[in-house]
Design a protein around this ligand. Structure first.
Ligand code: FMN
Length: 383
C-alpha cells in the first residue's frame, strides 16, 4: 500500500514537473536561427547569435538548416520546414554571401514560402539577418537582398546600426555592417569569425531577443485560426478507426528499433505478432496471398508503433511518410508484389491521410529473416 502511494506521489510530481517545464517553454520567446552554411562560417556566427539571444533569460534559440548538409560540422543540425516558420516569435536568418546576394539554398528555401506569404503568416514577426562573406565584396548588397524577401513577408527588420562599433578591433578589416553582422572568412590574418565579429553577432542576438520578447503575441493570430481548422489529430484517427497499435517488438540482434538522423526516422520490421511470425513462408506455397497481405498489415502496424515511440508518443509530429520498401518471400516467377504491398501503403494513407502518401519499391527474395513472408523498410520525416 505504502509503495503504491509513494509511486502515485512520484508519478504526480513527475507529471506536474513536465507540465511546468512545458508552460515555462511556452512563455519563453522562441527564436529560430535559420541558416544555410557550406563550410561552417555562417554556423559559427549562428552560435554567437544564439549565445546573445539566450543571454536573455526569457528567450530560447533553436538553430536549424534550410538544407541538409554532409559537412561533419553541420550534419547533425535539424532541417527546418517552411510550415514551422509561423510558430516562432522571431527568426534570425543567416547565409553565406553568394555574388553579393543570399546563397542559392537560402533562396530556394524562401521560394517555398509562397503559401506562408499569401496567408500573411510572418507579417509583424521580427527578423534579423547575418552573413558569412569571403573578402566581403558586396556584403551590404547581400544583406539588403535578404531584407527584400523578408520585407515582402511583412516582417519587422531589426538592424544593428553601429551597435558595438566602439569596442571592435579596428586594426584589421571586420564584418561590421549597419544591416547585420558579417564575417570576412577569406581574410585569414586572424581566425574567422574574428573576436570582434563574434562580439557583434552576440550583441545582435541580444538585441533581437529584446525586440522579439517585446513583440511576442502581437502577431500570427490569423495563421493559428487557419491551421486549426485543418488540423487532423492522428491519435484521434486511430481511435475512430479502431486501429490498435501493438506492443513494441523486441530487437532480435544488435540493432535499434529505429534510427533518427536529422528529421528522418528509419525503421525496418518483419511480421511479428505476439512474439511470433504471423504467416511465415513463401507466397503461394506455404501461405496464401491473403495471408501475406495480413502479415504485411501487421508489419506496418509494428512500424507505426515504433514510429510513435520515435516521436515521443505523439504521431501528430509525423510530417510525412517518405518511402516504403517491401520485400516478399516469393517463388522466382511471382509478379504480384505491388498488390501485396498495398496492404501497407493503404494502412499508412488511412492513418496519415495526405502525409501518408509515399514513394515505394517492392521486390521478391528467396528467403527472409525468421521465416517471415514479408519485410518492410520505412522512412518518415518528423518534427
Ligand atoms: C558561388 C559563391 C559566390 C560567392 N560570392 C561571394 C561574394 O560575392 N562576396 C564575398 O565576400 N564572398 C563570396 N563568396 C564566399 C562565401 O561567401 C564565403 O566562403 C562564406 O564564408 C561561406 O560561408 P559558409 O562558411 O557558411 O559556407 C562566394 C562563395 C560562393 C560559393
Amino acid at each position: 500500500m505504502n509503495k503504491t502511494i509513494s509511486f502515485l506521489v512520484f508519478t504526480l510530481s513527475f507529471l506536474l514537473s513536465i507540465n511546468t517545464t512545458a508552460m515555462a517553454q511556452n512563455k519563453k520567446t522562441n527564436i529560430l536561427v535559420l541558416i544555410h552554411s557550406d563550410n561552417g562560417g555562417t554556423y559559427e556566427l549562428a552560435k554567437n547569435i544564439t549565445e546573445g539571444i539566450e543571454k536573455n533569460s526569457d528567450a530560447n534559440a533553436t538553430i536549424k538548416l534550410v538544407k541538409a548538409s554532409d559537412n561533419v560540422k553541420l550534419k547533425d543540425i535539424p532541417v527546418a520546414n517552411v510550415d514551422e516558420l509561423s510558430s516562432y516569435d522571431g527568426i534570425a536568418f543567416g547565409s553565406p554571401v553568394y555574388f553579393g546576394n543570399i546563397s542559392t539554398a537560402m533562396s530556394e528555401f524562401l521560394s517555398k514560402t509562397v503559401d506562408v506569404w499569401t496567408k500573411h503568416e510572418l507579417e509583424g514577426m521580427p527578423a534579423t539577418v547575418f552573413m558569412s562573406a569571403g573578402s566581403g565584396a558586396g556584403k551590404e548588397l547581400a544583406l539588403q537582398s535578404f531584407w527584400n524577401s523578408l520585407a515582402v513577408h511583412g516582417m519587422i527588420l531589426v538592424s544593428n546600426g553601429i551597435r558595438g562599433y566602439e569596442n571592435i578591433e579596428k586594426n584589421i578589416p571586420q564584418g561590421n555592417s549597419v544591416l547585420g553582422t558579417t564575417s570576412l572568412a577569406s581574410l585569414k590574418d586572424v581566425t574567422r569569425p574574428s573576436k570582434s565579429e563574434r562580439y557583434l553577432a552576440k550583441l545582435q542576438g541580444e538585441n533581437f531577443a529584446k525586440v522579439s520578447t517585446a513583440l511576442k503575441g502581437t502577431f500570427k493570430q490569423k495563421s493559428i485560426e487557419t491551421k486549426s481548422a485543418y488540423t487532423v489529430d492522428i491519435n484521434e484517427v486511430l481511435k475512430q478507426k479502431n486501429i490498435v497499435l501493438p506492443e513494441l517488438p523486441k530487437p532480435v540482434g544488435n540493432y535499434e528499433l529505429f534510427s533518427r538522423s536529422g528529421n528522418l526516422v528509419f525503421i525496418n520490421q518483419v511480421s511479428l505478432k505476439d512474439g511470433k511470425i504471423l504467416y511465415p513462408g513463401k507466397v503461394g506455397i506455404d501461405v496464401t496471398e491473403q495471408q501475406v497481405e495480413e502479415a504485411t498489415k501487421v508489419t506496418m502496424l509494428n512500424i507505426i508503433a515504433i514510429l510513435k515511440e520515435a516521436v515521443g508518443g505523439d504521431l501528430n509530429k509525423v510530417k510525412k511518410c517518405v518511402q516504403l520498401i517491401g520485400v516478399f518471400n516469393t517463388p522466382e516467377t511471382y509478379t504480384q508484389h505491388a498488390m501485396l504491398m498495398n496492404a501497407a501503403s493503404d494502412l499508412t494513407v488511412e492513418i496519415f491521410g495526405e502525409k501518408g502518401k509515399h514513394t515505394r519499391n517492392t521486390s521478391g527474395a528467396y528467403s527472409l529473416p525468421v521465416g517471415s513472408s514479408v519485410s518492410i523498410q520505412a522512412i518518415f520525416e518528423v518534427e
